[in-house]
Design a protein around this ligand. Structure first.
Ligand code: R5P
Length: 274
């Protein structure tokens, strides 16, 4: 067995290889002047673990090219499963993107592992998918810190509860409260955040809109310091700058998407899942 590392996950791939004491396969990746991609794998093994997040359309093409080049059994380890937010036909005529991705991976992979896929609806598109929860790792990272963990919405509250129980801190979620026909207020459901250090925890930060709105509200309510943590730091549209200019003090993420903010590694929990 060897480990095939995709360009989207070089460090996480190496960390997993070290934990599994697996050889890293020699792979050549090339991009032609017209943008087309090329893959060549030098491997004599008949079983492979392919590690690569799907952060861009190129990542999807590369994964397909690897599937074609590799011989034998494949475990597809997709730390960040992109295209999972289009998990249903919101408007008539739309493609269900994650259904296409699931079909593509299942056609070739014998085992599929991911981390905190966007929704249960997205997960339903796979026949079998091992969905590893990184929230306990976030909890471990913040253990001993004087913080309150806050979920930006009720939908993510269970995830935050998992992290908070491990961090041994209080937690809450922000709830939309209708004040009158024209006004909706966002407030923490149970806790008072005045003069408290708050950590907003979410599965993903993409444009940053969700955590920015939450942070503004928490500062308005008197929070002393607000920072954020997420599993997947997608961070589109210069999101990090948007977060910092809102007064968010720090960003912590895992290495499902490799960023400067990836202070927590999911290598251990993924190696266990394999
Ligand atoms: C929502 O379902 C997710 O948990 C995130 O809150 C959301 O995807 C974050 O997106 P954005 O950063 O663009 O607000």
């Amino acid at each position: 067995m060897d480990l095939v590392i995709c360009p989207s996950s070089p460090l996480l791939g190496k960390r997993i290889a070290e934990l599994l004491e697996a050889k890293i396969a020699a792979v050549q990746y090339r991009k032609f002047p017209d943008g087309e991609l090329y893959v060549r794998v030098e491997s004599e093994e008949d079983s492979h673990i392919v590690v690569g997040s799907l952060c861009s359309s190129d990542d999807i093409v590369l994964l397909n090219l690897l599937f074609d080049a590799l011989k034998g059994r494949i475990t597809a380890l997709i730390p960040y499963m992109g295209y999972a937010r289009q998990d249903r036909e919101f408007l008539k005529g739309e493609a269900v993107s994650i259904r296409v991705i699931a079909k593509m991976i299942e056609e070739r992979a014998d085992k599929i592992i991911t981390v905190n896929i966007h929704s249960n609806k997205a997960k339903e598109n796979f026949k079998t998918l091992i969905d590893v929860d990184a929230m306990p790792k976030i909890g471990e990272h913040f253990r001993g810190r004087d913080i309150i963990m806050i979920s930006p919405d009720k939908g993510s509250a269970d995830r935050v509860k998992t992290a908070a129980n491990i961090a041994n801190c209080e937690w809450d979620w922000l709830e939309k409260m209708r004040i009158d026909a024209h006004t909706v207020e966002i407030v923490p459901k149970n806790l008072d955040v005045k003069d408290k250090n708050v950590l907003i925890v979410d599965d993903m930060i993409s444009t940053g809109g969700t955590v920015v709105e939450a942070a503004k509200k928490l500062y308005e309510l008197g929070a002393k310091r607000v920072e954020v943590a997420c599993v997947h730091a997608v961070l589109t549209d210069f999101a990090a700058i948007k977060l910092f200019s809102t007064g968010i003090a720090d960003i912590t993420a895992t290495d499902t998407i490799e960023r400067i903010f990836s202070k927590i590694s999911v290598a251990g929990i993924l190696a266990e899942a394999i």
